[in-house]
Design a protein around this ligand. Structure first.
Ligand code: F6P
Length: 523
Protein backbone atom coordinates (compact mmCIF):
# COMPACT_ATOMS: atom_id res chain seq x y z
CA UNK A 1 0.00 0.00 0.00
CA UNK A 2 1.38 3.44 -1.00
CA UNK A 3 2.04 5.97 1.72
CA UNK A 4 0.87 8.78 -0.52
CA UNK A 5 -2.29 9.88 1.35
CA UNK A 6 -4.08 10.78 -1.88
CA UNK A 7 -3.96 7.11 -2.92
CA UNK A 8 -5.96 6.08 0.13
CA UNK A 9 -9.63 5.33 -0.36
CA UNK A 10 -10.47 7.47 2.69
CA UNK A 11 -8.78 10.49 1.05
CA UNK A 12 -10.63 9.93 -2.20
CA UNK A 13 -13.93 9.61 -0.36
CA UNK A 14 -13.25 12.93 1.33
CA UNK A 15 -12.51 14.48 -2.04
CA UNK A 16 -15.93 13.37 -3.25
CA UNK A 17 -17.59 14.76 -0.11
CA UNK A 18 -15.85 18.09 -0.60
CA UNK A 19 -17.57 18.58 -3.96
CA UNK A 20 -20.85 19.37 -2.16
CA UNK A 21 -20.66 22.93 -0.84
CA UNK A 22 -21.78 23.35 2.75
CA UNK A 23 -23.37 26.34 4.36
CA UNK A 24 -22.74 26.65 8.08
CA UNK A 25 -25.97 28.53 8.72
CA UNK A 26 -27.98 25.77 7.04
CA UNK A 27 -26.13 23.12 9.03
CA UNK A 28 -27.14 24.83 12.28
CA UNK A 29 -30.71 25.34 11.06
CA UNK A 30 -31.05 21.65 10.25
CA UNK A 31 -29.47 20.29 13.41
CA UNK A 32 -30.44 21.85 16.77
CA UNK A 33 -27.88 19.72 18.61
CA UNK A 34 -24.99 20.67 16.32
CA UNK A 35 -23.14 22.56 19.08
CA UNK A 36 -23.16 19.61 21.48
CA UNK A 37 -22.39 17.14 18.70
CA UNK A 38 -19.36 19.09 17.54
CA UNK A 39 -17.74 20.14 20.79
CA UNK A 40 -15.71 18.43 23.47
CA UNK A 41 -14.20 19.38 26.81
CA UNK A 42 -11.37 18.16 28.98
CA UNK A 43 -10.49 19.42 32.46
CA UNK A 44 -11.41 23.05 31.87
CA UNK A 45 -10.42 23.22 28.21
CA UNK A 46 -13.40 23.43 25.87
CA UNK A 47 -13.14 22.89 22.12
CA UNK A 48 -16.01 24.00 19.90
CA UNK A 49 -15.69 22.96 16.27
CA UNK A 50 -19.37 23.30 15.38
CA UNK A 51 -18.55 26.33 13.18
CA UNK A 52 -16.32 24.19 10.95
CA UNK A 53 -17.68 23.07 7.59
CA UNK A 54 -18.09 19.45 8.54
CA UNK A 55 -20.94 16.98 8.94
CA UNK A 56 -20.97 13.64 10.76
CA UNK A 57 -20.14 11.72 7.53
CA UNK A 58 -17.22 14.08 6.82
CA UNK A 59 -15.96 13.75 10.38
CA UNK A 60 -16.25 9.97 10.20
CA UNK A 61 -14.27 9.92 6.95
CA UNK A 62 -11.61 12.15 8.48
CA UNK A 63 -11.32 9.78 11.42
CA UNK A 64 -11.15 6.84 8.98
CA UNK A 65 -8.31 8.60 7.20
CA UNK A 66 -6.49 9.04 10.53
CA UNK A 67 -6.93 5.34 11.23
CA UNK A 68 -5.81 4.29 7.77
CA UNK A 69 -2.73 6.52 8.17
CA UNK A 70 -1.77 4.64 11.37
CA UNK A 71 -2.05 7.70 13.58
CA UNK A 72 -2.54 5.51 16.67
CA UNK A 73 0.48 3.30 15.94
CA UNK A 74 2.68 6.32 15.20
CA UNK A 75 1.47 8.16 18.30
CA UNK A 76 2.29 5.10 20.42
CA UNK A 77 5.71 4.80 18.79
CA UNK A 78 6.43 8.44 19.67
CA UNK A 79 5.49 8.00 23.34
CA UNK A 80 7.49 4.75 23.53
CA UNK A 81 10.71 6.32 22.22
CA UNK A 82 10.64 4.89 18.69
CA UNK A 83 13.05 6.50 16.20
CA UNK A 84 10.31 8.47 14.48
CA UNK A 85 12.63 11.34 13.49
CA UNK A 86 14.14 8.99 10.92
CA UNK A 87 16.10 11.59 8.94
CA UNK A 88 18.16 12.31 12.05
CA UNK A 89 17.81 8.84 13.60
CA UNK A 90 16.31 10.23 16.79
CA UNK A 91 13.50 9.47 19.17
CA UNK A 92 10.98 12.26 19.81
CA UNK A 93 10.35 12.34 23.52
CA UNK A 94 9.28 15.78 24.72
CA UNK A 95 6.38 13.89 26.33
CA UNK A 96 8.89 12.03 28.57
CA UNK A 97 9.74 15.37 30.18
CA UNK A 98 6.32 15.40 31.85
CA UNK A 99 5.85 11.78 32.96
CA UNK A 100 5.64 10.78 36.66
CA UNK A 101 8.88 10.06 38.52
CA UNK A 102 8.48 6.28 38.52
CA UNK A 103 7.88 5.89 34.78
CA UNK A 104 10.29 3.94 32.63
CA UNK A 105 11.08 5.20 29.14
CA UNK A 106 14.08 3.76 27.39
CA UNK A 107 16.36 5.26 24.79
CA UNK A 108 19.19 2.98 23.69
CA UNK A 109 18.06 0.58 26.42
CA UNK A 110 18.64 3.18 29.14
CA UNK A 111 15.81 4.56 31.26
CA UNK A 112 15.87 8.34 30.68
CA UNK A 113 13.45 9.27 33.49
CA UNK A 114 16.06 9.47 36.31
CA UNK A 115 18.09 12.04 34.30
CA UNK A 116 14.96 14.06 33.65
CA UNK A 117 14.09 14.00 37.36
CA UNK A 118 17.60 14.94 38.38
CA UNK A 119 17.52 17.93 36.03
CA UNK A 120 14.13 18.97 37.40
CA UNK A 121 15.58 18.89 40.93
CA UNK A 122 18.44 21.11 39.81
CA UNK A 123 15.97 23.51 38.18
CA UNK A 124 13.96 23.60 41.42
CA UNK A 125 17.05 24.27 43.52
CA UNK A 126 18.42 27.02 41.29
CA UNK A 127 15.08 28.78 40.89
CA UNK A 128 14.49 28.68 44.67
CA UNK A 129 17.97 30.03 45.40
CA UNK A 130 17.46 32.91 42.99
CA UNK A 131 13.93 33.69 44.09
CA UNK A 132 14.91 33.77 47.78
CA UNK A 133 17.74 36.23 47.03
CA UNK A 134 20.45 33.73 47.95
CA UNK A 135 22.29 33.63 44.63
CA UNK A 136 25.25 36.00 44.71
CA UNK A 137 27.27 37.50 41.85
CA UNK A 138 31.05 37.95 41.61
CA UNK A 139 31.12 40.95 43.97
CA UNK A 140 28.87 39.34 46.57
CA UNK A 141 25.77 41.24 45.57
CA UNK A 142 22.41 39.46 45.25
CA UNK A 143 21.34 38.61 41.68
CA UNK A 144 18.18 40.57 40.85
CA UNK A 145 17.98 40.20 37.05
CA UNK A 146 18.16 37.14 34.83
CA UNK A 147 18.69 37.45 31.07
CA UNK A 148 17.75 34.46 28.95
CA UNK A 149 19.79 34.36 25.73
CA UNK A 150 18.53 31.96 23.04
CA UNK A 151 16.63 31.95 19.76
CA UNK A 152 13.86 29.95 18.07
CA UNK A 153 12.94 26.94 20.20
CA UNK A 154 15.44 28.07 22.81
CA UNK A 155 13.55 31.32 23.31
CA UNK A 156 9.98 31.42 22.04
CA UNK A 157 8.51 28.83 24.45
CA UNK A 158 9.82 30.22 27.76
CA UNK A 159 9.21 33.79 26.58
CA UNK A 160 5.60 33.03 25.63
CA UNK A 161 4.86 31.15 28.86
CA UNK A 162 6.41 33.87 31.02
CA UNK A 163 4.41 36.56 29.23
CA UNK A 164 1.24 34.46 29.61
CA UNK A 165 1.52 33.76 33.34
CA UNK A 166 3.43 36.68 34.82
CA UNK A 167 0.72 38.56 36.66
CA UNK A 168 2.33 39.22 40.04
CA UNK A 169 5.33 41.17 41.19
CA UNK A 170 8.21 38.69 41.00
CA UNK A 171 11.43 38.62 43.04
CA UNK A 172 13.56 38.28 39.89
CA UNK A 173 13.28 40.53 36.84
CA UNK A 174 13.44 38.30 33.78
CA UNK A 175 14.57 39.49 30.34
CA UNK A 176 14.85 37.72 26.98
CA UNK A 177 17.38 38.43 24.23
CA UNK A 178 17.27 36.60 20.91
CA UNK A 179 18.05 38.77 17.88
CA UNK A 180 21.61 39.20 16.61
CA UNK A 181 20.65 42.84 16.09
CA UNK A 182 22.60 44.47 18.95
CA UNK A 183 19.65 46.75 19.64
CA UNK A 184 18.11 43.75 21.38
CA UNK A 185 20.91 43.10 23.88
CA UNK A 186 21.84 46.79 24.19
CA UNK A 187 18.36 47.72 25.36
CA UNK A 188 18.33 44.86 27.85
CA UNK A 189 21.77 45.62 29.29
CA UNK A 190 20.75 49.24 29.79
CA UNK A 191 18.12 48.01 32.24
CA UNK A 192 20.53 45.75 34.16
CA UNK A 193 23.54 46.04 36.45
CA UNK A 194 26.52 43.73 35.68
CA UNK A 195 27.04 42.97 39.37
CA UNK A 196 23.49 41.72 39.87
CA UNK A 197 22.70 40.05 36.54
CA UNK A 198 22.80 36.34 35.66
CA UNK A 199 22.78 35.16 32.04
CA UNK A 200 21.30 31.84 30.95
CA UNK A 201 22.68 30.85 27.57
CA UNK A 202 20.19 28.43 26.02
CA UNK A 203 21.25 26.58 22.90
CA UNK A 204 20.72 22.92 22.17
CA UNK A 205 23.62 22.90 19.69
CA UNK A 206 25.65 25.61 21.41
CA UNK A 207 26.59 26.58 17.88
CA UNK A 208 23.89 29.09 17.00
CA UNK A 209 25.52 32.31 15.87
CA UNK A 210 22.92 34.69 17.30
CA UNK A 211 23.05 33.13 20.76
CA UNK A 212 26.82 32.83 20.95
CA UNK A 213 27.36 36.39 19.72
CA UNK A 214 24.92 37.75 22.30
CA UNK A 215 26.52 35.61 25.02
CA UNK A 216 29.99 36.95 24.13
CA UNK A 217 28.71 40.52 24.27
CA UNK A 218 27.12 39.81 27.66
CA UNK A 219 30.31 38.24 28.96
CA UNK A 220 32.43 41.22 27.86
CA UNK A 221 29.93 43.54 29.54
CA UNK A 222 30.19 41.71 32.88
CA UNK A 223 33.97 41.16 32.68
CA UNK A 224 34.69 44.81 31.82
CA UNK A 225 32.74 45.96 34.83
CA UNK A 226 33.94 43.41 37.38
CA UNK A 227 37.59 43.47 36.34
CA UNK A 228 39.78 41.73 33.79
CA UNK A 229 41.01 38.63 35.56
CA UNK A 230 38.14 38.32 38.03
CA UNK A 231 36.06 35.15 38.19
CA UNK A 232 32.65 35.88 36.67
CA UNK A 233 31.57 32.25 36.28
CA UNK A 234 28.65 32.76 38.67
CA UNK A 235 27.04 35.07 36.14
CA UNK A 236 26.70 32.43 33.42
CA UNK A 237 24.58 29.32 33.17
CA UNK A 238 24.10 27.19 30.06
CA UNK A 239 21.37 24.85 28.87
CA UNK A 240 22.67 22.63 26.10
CA UNK A 241 22.99 19.18 24.60
CA UNK A 242 26.55 20.10 23.64
CA UNK A 243 28.25 20.10 27.03
CA UNK A 244 31.76 20.32 25.51
CA UNK A 245 30.96 23.45 23.56
CA UNK A 246 29.39 25.08 26.63
CA UNK A 247 32.49 24.22 28.67
CA UNK A 248 34.76 25.56 25.92
CA UNK A 249 32.78 28.78 26.01
CA UNK A 250 33.86 29.03 29.64
CA UNK A 251 30.72 27.92 31.48
CA UNK A 252 31.48 25.97 34.67
CA UNK A 253 30.42 22.31 34.43
CA UNK A 254 28.20 22.70 37.51
CA UNK A 255 26.38 25.53 35.75
CA UNK A 256 25.47 23.48 32.68
CA UNK A 257 21.96 21.98 32.46
CA UNK A 258 21.57 19.12 30.00
CA UNK A 259 19.33 18.69 26.98
CA UNK A 260 19.06 15.52 24.96
CA UNK A 261 18.92 14.83 21.25
CA UNK A 262 15.46 13.29 21.69
CA UNK A 263 14.07 16.73 22.60
CA UNK A 264 13.48 18.87 19.54
CA UNK A 265 14.15 22.61 20.02
CA UNK A 266 10.60 23.78 19.32
CA UNK A 267 9.21 21.15 21.71
CA UNK A 268 11.77 21.84 24.45
CA UNK A 269 10.18 24.30 26.89
CA UNK A 270 9.41 21.36 29.22
CA UNK A 271 13.14 20.67 29.70
CA UNK A 272 15.81 22.89 31.26
CA UNK A 273 15.02 25.27 28.36
CA UNK A 274 12.13 26.18 30.67
CA UNK A 275 14.57 27.28 33.39
CA UNK A 276 13.60 30.96 32.85
CA UNK A 277 9.97 29.96 33.52
CA UNK A 278 10.88 28.36 36.87
CA UNK A 279 13.08 31.32 37.81
CA UNK A 280 10.61 33.95 36.67
CA UNK A 281 7.41 32.40 38.04
CA UNK A 282 8.53 29.81 40.58
CA UNK A 283 9.11 26.06 40.31
CA UNK A 284 5.54 25.20 41.31
CA UNK A 285 4.24 27.03 38.26
CA UNK A 286 6.69 25.14 36.05
CA UNK A 287 5.56 21.86 37.59
CA UNK A 288 1.95 22.73 37.04
CA UNK A 289 2.67 23.52 33.38
CA UNK A 290 4.17 20.03 33.01
CA UNK A 291 1.14 18.49 34.74
CA UNK A 292 -1.26 20.22 32.36
CA UNK A 293 0.70 18.98 29.34
CA UNK A 294 0.71 15.50 30.88
CA UNK A 295 -3.09 15.58 31.17
CA UNK A 296 -3.30 16.32 27.44
CA UNK A 297 -0.77 13.55 26.70
CA UNK A 298 -2.91 11.01 28.55
CA UNK A 299 -6.02 12.18 26.72
CA UNK A 300 -4.21 11.97 23.37
CA UNK A 301 -2.99 8.45 24.18
CA UNK A 302 -6.24 7.06 25.50
CA UNK A 303 -9.29 8.80 24.00
CA UNK A 304 -10.88 7.23 20.94
CA UNK A 305 -9.93 9.10 17.76
CA UNK A 306 -13.39 10.62 17.42
CA UNK A 307 -13.27 12.06 20.94
CA UNK A 308 -9.62 12.98 20.83
CA UNK A 309 -8.99 16.74 20.87
CA UNK A 310 -5.60 16.84 19.13
CA UNK A 311 -6.83 14.36 16.50
CA UNK A 312 -10.03 16.35 15.92
CA UNK A 313 -8.12 19.61 15.55
CA UNK A 314 -5.59 17.98 13.24
CA UNK A 315 -8.20 16.38 11.01
CA UNK A 316 -10.28 19.54 10.76
CA UNK A 317 -7.06 21.29 9.72
CA UNK A 318 -6.53 18.60 7.06
CA UNK A 319 -10.09 19.08 5.82
CA UNK A 320 -9.59 22.85 5.52
CA UNK A 321 -6.14 22.60 3.94
CA UNK A 322 -6.46 19.66 1.56
CA UNK A 323 -10.14 19.50 0.69
CA UNK A 324 -11.41 23.08 1.09
CA UNK A 325 -7.98 24.43 -0.03
CA UNK A 326 -7.33 27.05 2.65
CA UNK A 327 -3.73 28.18 2.50
CA UNK A 328 -3.70 29.93 5.88
CA UNK A 329 -4.67 29.52 9.49
CA UNK A 330 -5.22 32.48 11.84
CA UNK A 331 -4.72 31.90 15.57
CA UNK A 332 -6.46 34.64 17.51
CA UNK A 333 -6.11 34.60 21.30
CA UNK A 334 -8.56 36.94 23.03
CA UNK A 335 -6.07 37.38 25.83
CA UNK A 336 -3.31 39.97 26.00
CA UNK A 337 -1.32 37.51 28.10
CA UNK A 338 -1.37 35.08 25.17
CA UNK A 339 -0.18 37.71 22.70
CA UNK A 340 3.02 35.74 21.97
CA UNK A 341 1.14 32.49 21.42
CA UNK A 342 0.77 32.96 17.63
CA UNK A 343 4.50 33.60 17.13
CA UNK A 344 5.34 30.62 19.34
CA UNK A 345 2.98 28.47 17.23
CA UNK A 346 4.47 29.78 14.01
CA UNK A 347 7.71 28.00 14.81
CA UNK A 348 6.01 24.94 16.28
CA UNK A 349 3.77 24.42 13.27
CA UNK A 350 5.66 25.81 10.30
CA UNK A 351 9.13 24.52 11.27
CA UNK A 352 7.54 21.10 11.87
CA UNK A 353 5.26 20.71 8.89
CA UNK A 354 6.62 23.21 6.36
CA UNK A 355 7.93 20.32 4.25
CA UNK A 356 7.48 19.18 0.66
CA UNK A 357 9.42 15.92 0.70
CA UNK A 358 7.73 12.82 2.10
CA UNK A 359 9.08 10.18 4.45
CA UNK A 360 10.41 8.17 1.52
CA UNK A 361 12.37 11.18 0.25
CA UNK A 362 9.98 11.80 -2.65
CA UNK A 363 8.89 15.29 -3.65
CA UNK A 364 5.25 15.86 -2.66
CA UNK A 365 3.44 16.92 -5.80
CA UNK A 366 -0.22 16.19 -5.39
CA UNK A 367 -1.20 17.62 -2.01
CA UNK A 368 -0.39 20.56 0.22
CA UNK A 369 1.21 20.44 3.68
CA UNK A 370 1.25 23.09 6.45
CA UNK A 371 -0.73 26.29 5.92
CA UNK A 372 0.76 29.69 6.73
CA UNK A 373 0.00 30.36 10.37
CA UNK A 374 -0.33 33.89 11.66
CA UNK A 375 -2.21 35.72 14.35
CA UNK A 376 -2.47 38.47 16.87
CA UNK A 377 -4.19 39.05 20.17
CA UNK A 378 -7.81 40.09 19.94
CA UNK A 379 -9.04 42.77 19.96
CA UNK A 380 -5.89 44.34 18.44
CA UNK A 381 -6.10 42.17 15.32
CA UNK A 382 -9.65 43.37 14.70
CA UNK A 383 -8.28 46.82 13.91
CA UNK A 384 -5.64 45.41 11.62
CA UNK A 385 -6.10 42.38 9.34
CA UNK A 386 -9.66 41.27 10.18
CA UNK A 387 -10.91 43.28 7.20
CA UNK A 388 -9.29 40.56 5.05
CA UNK A 389 -10.74 37.78 7.21
CA UNK A 390 -14.24 39.15 6.68
CA UNK A 391 -14.13 40.40 3.09
CA UNK A 392 -10.86 39.26 1.52
CA UNK A 393 -10.74 36.94 -1.47
CA UNK A 394 -9.39 33.98 0.55
CA UNK A 395 -11.23 32.03 3.21
CA UNK A 396 -8.98 31.85 6.27
CA UNK A 397 -10.07 29.43 9.00
CA UNK A 398 -9.54 30.86 12.47
CA UNK A 399 -8.79 29.42 15.90
CA UNK A 400 -10.29 31.77 18.50
CA UNK A 401 -8.91 31.27 22.00
CA UNK A 402 -10.62 32.77 25.04
CA UNK A 403 -10.24 32.62 28.81
CA UNK A 404 -13.44 32.49 30.89
CA UNK A 405 -12.13 33.66 34.26
CA UNK A 406 -9.78 36.65 34.02
CA UNK A 407 -6.70 37.22 36.18
CA UNK A 408 -7.81 40.77 36.92
CA UNK A 409 -10.85 42.34 38.53
CA UNK A 410 -11.98 44.56 35.64
CA UNK A 411 -15.12 42.62 34.81
CA UNK A 412 -16.34 45.27 32.37
CA UNK A 413 -13.18 44.89 30.23
CA UNK A 414 -13.44 41.14 30.27
CA UNK A 415 -17.10 41.07 29.30
CA UNK A 416 -16.34 43.33 26.35
CA UNK A 417 -13.31 41.21 25.35
CA UNK A 418 -15.30 37.97 25.31
CA UNK A 419 -18.18 39.73 23.61
CA UNK A 420 -15.79 40.55 20.77
CA UNK A 421 -14.54 36.96 20.59
CA UNK A 422 -18.09 35.66 20.26
CA UNK A 423 -19.09 38.38 17.82
CA UNK A 424 -16.18 37.69 15.48
CA UNK A 425 -16.88 33.97 15.20
CA UNK A 426 -20.54 34.71 14.62
CA UNK A 427 -19.85 37.45 12.07
CA UNK A 428 -17.57 35.14 10.12
CA UNK A 429 -20.18 32.44 10.04
CA UNK A 430 -23.39 34.43 9.56
CA UNK A 431 -22.14 37.28 7.39
CA UNK A 432 -24.60 40.01 6.41
CA UNK A 433 -26.15 40.49 3.02
CA UNK A 434 -26.26 43.97 1.59
CA UNK A 435 -28.07 44.05 -1.71
CA UNK A 436 -27.80 47.81 -2.20
CA UNK A 437 -24.10 48.17 -1.47
CA UNK A 438 -21.68 45.39 -2.42
CA UNK A 439 -18.93 47.05 -0.38
CA UNK A 440 -20.96 46.38 2.73
CA UNK A 441 -21.75 42.78 1.87
CA UNK A 442 -20.40 40.00 4.10
CA UNK A 443 -20.62 36.57 2.51
CA UNK A 444 -20.12 34.77 5.82
CA UNK A 445 -19.84 30.97 5.86
CA UNK A 446 -16.26 31.23 7.09
CA UNK A 447 -15.16 28.43 9.42
CA UNK A 448 -13.66 28.77 12.87
CA UNK A 449 -12.85 26.77 16.00
CA UNK A 450 -13.24 28.26 19.47
CA UNK A 451 -11.11 27.12 22.39
CA UNK A 452 -12.14 28.28 25.86
CA UNK A 453 -9.92 27.84 28.90
CA UNK A 454 -11.54 28.05 32.33
CA UNK A 455 -8.51 30.02 33.48
CA UNK A 456 -5.18 31.05 32.06
CA UNK A 457 -3.08 29.30 34.69
CA UNK A 458 0.01 27.14 34.25
CA UNK A 459 -1.99 23.90 34.14
CA UNK A 460 -4.37 25.00 31.39
CA UNK A 461 -1.58 26.65 29.42
CA UNK A 462 0.33 23.34 29.55
CA UNK A 463 -2.75 21.59 28.20
CA UNK A 464 -3.18 24.15 25.42
CA UNK A 465 0.45 23.93 24.25
CA UNK A 466 0.41 20.11 24.28
CA UNK A 467 -2.88 20.18 22.33
CA UNK A 468 -1.18 22.04 19.49
CA UNK A 469 1.99 19.91 19.75
CA UNK A 470 -0.02 16.74 19.20
CA UNK A 471 -2.21 18.28 16.52
CA UNK A 472 0.95 19.07 14.55
CA UNK A 473 2.29 15.54 15.04
CA UNK A 474 -0.96 14.01 13.72
CA UNK A 475 -0.97 16.28 10.68
CA UNK A 476 2.62 15.26 9.92
CA UNK A 477 1.50 11.62 9.97
CA UNK A 478 -1.36 12.30 7.54
CA UNK A 479 0.93 14.23 5.19
CA UNK A 480 3.54 11.45 5.43
CA UNK A 481 6.31 13.87 6.39
CA UNK A 482 8.85 14.01 9.21
CA UNK A 483 7.63 16.79 11.53
CA UNK A 484 10.78 16.63 13.65
CA UNK A 485 13.66 17.76 11.47
CA UNK A 486 14.27 21.29 10.12
CA UNK A 487 16.85 21.14 7.34
CA UNK A 488 15.08 24.05 5.66
CA UNK A 489 16.70 26.53 8.03
CA UNK A 490 20.26 25.56 7.07
CA UNK A 491 20.78 27.04 3.59
CA UNK A 492 20.29 30.64 4.71
CA UNK A 493 22.78 30.12 7.57
CA UNK A 494 25.35 28.73 5.11
CA UNK A 495 24.97 31.66 2.73
CA UNK A 496 25.18 34.19 5.57
CA UNK A 497 28.44 32.55 6.67
CA UNK A 498 29.81 32.94 3.12
CA UNK A 499 28.89 36.60 3.01
CA UNK A 500 30.41 37.24 6.43
CA UNK A 501 33.63 35.57 5.39
CA UNK A 502 33.69 37.61 2.14
CA UNK A 503 33.25 34.55 -0.01
CA UNK A 504 31.36 36.11 -2.90
CA UNK A 505 31.85 33.27 -5.42
CA UNK A 506 28.23 32.24 -5.50
CA UNK A 507 26.57 35.61 -5.04
CA UNK A 508 23.92 36.40 -7.61
CA UNK A 509 24.07 39.86 -9.29
CA UNK A 510 21.18 41.28 -7.27
CA UNK A 511 22.63 40.24 -3.91
CA UNK A 512 26.10 41.43 -4.99
CA UNK A 513 24.69 44.86 -5.87
CA UNK A 514 22.85 45.08 -2.56
CA UNK A 515 26.05 44.14 -0.72
CA UNK A 516 27.96 46.94 -2.49
CA UNK A 517 25.20 49.41 -1.72
CA UNK A 518 25.26 48.56 1.99
CA UNK A 519 29.03 48.68 2.25
CA UNK A 520 29.44 51.87 0.20
CA UNK A 521 26.99 53.62 2.54
CA UNK A 522 28.71 52.23 5.66
CA UNK A 523 32.14 53.70 4.71
O1 F6P B 1 17.43 27.72 13.07
C1 F6P B 1 16.37 27.02 13.61
C2 F6P B 1 16.77 26.31 14.85
O2 F6P B 1 17.57 25.25 14.49
C3 F6P B 1 15.56 25.85 15.65
O3 F6P B 1 15.07 24.63 15.26
C4 F6P B 1 16.08 25.90 17.04
O4 F6P B 1 15.06 25.90 17.98
C5 F6P B 1 16.88 27.17 17.01
O5 F6P B 1 17.48 27.16 15.74
C6 F6P B 1 17.92 27.34 18.08
O6 F6P B 1 18.85 26.32 18.06
P1 F6P B 1 19.82 26.05 19.29
O7 F6P B 1 18.98 25.74 20.46
O8 F6P B 1 20.70 24.94 18.86
O9 F6P B 1 20.59 27.33 19.51
Amino acid sequence: MSNNPTHKKEWQDLEKLSKTPLNLNDLFAKNPSRFSEFSISLEGLFLDYSKQKITQPILQNLIDLAKASDVEEKRDAMFAGGIINHTEQRAVLHTALRVPKDSIIEVDRKNIVPEIQETLSRIEKLSNTLRTQKYLGATGKVITDVVSIGIGGSDLGPRMVYEALNNDKQPIALHFVSNIDADDIEKTLQRCNPETTLFIVISKSFGTQETLTNALTARAWVQNFIGKNKDISNHFIAVSANINAAQKFGIKTDNIYPLWDWVNGRFSLWSAVGLPIAIGLGFDEFSSLLDGARAMDIHFQTASLKKNMPVLMAMIGIWNRNFLHSANLAVLPYSQNLSLFPSYLQQLDMESNGKSVDNAGQEIKDYMTAPVLFGEAGTNGQHSFYQLLHQGSETIPCDFIGVIEPNHTHKNHHDMLLGHLLAQGQAMMKGKASIQNAHKNFTGNKPCTTILLDKLDAYHLGMLIALYEHKIMVQGVIWNINSFDQFGVELGKEMAANIESHNFDNLDPSTKALYSLIHKQQK
